[in-house]
Design a protein around this ligand. Sequence first.
Ligand SMILES: [Zn+2]
Length: 197
Amino acid sequence: MRCPFCQHTDSRVLESRSAEAGQSVRRRRECLLCNRRFTTYERIEYVPITVVKRDGSRESFDRSKLLRGIVRACEKTGVESGQIENLVDEIEAQLQQQRFRREVTSNDIGELVLSQLQAVSEVAYIRFASVYRQFQGIRDFVETLNDLQNQSDRLGSDRSPTPEEDNSPRKSADDPRQLTLNDSPQDSPPVSSLAQA
Ligand SMILES: [Zn+2]
């Protein structure tokens, strides 16, 4: 990181601390040449995600498309729109965290959605599964229902929707993910916000 005062490229880190609700690391640095101090921020770089569709074609990840699909599945299930937004945020954040590959299959996304929907609404889960897994008939519904039943049996839950939701971190109003997703593509200074000592 180039010193903003003398342009020297070597500095030492005096202090690192988490900033912006854990979305970045703030570092105090001291230039090894002029000894002046400055601050840098390190953030995760958000890279566009490519979705490989069933037919092998590719398109860039479209958040609003995902949102529409989930909204449709949640129609008249009592799932609130804020909850759906959080769900989409969560899925998008998980996709962003798969750092090693920039491509995901529509299959991966569908399974991610299902894993999230399961805790939110069983009706929405079945609806989404029927579209995304392209159910052909009643047998597909029955199989999925059985899977769902087995899973909730294994969890020992009698299907009250509260437990998973209440200890979910997604509910907080100042969800840091939301900040990042909204802030990242804008023209804010990229990695190095420089401030004088
Ligand atoms: Zn310097």
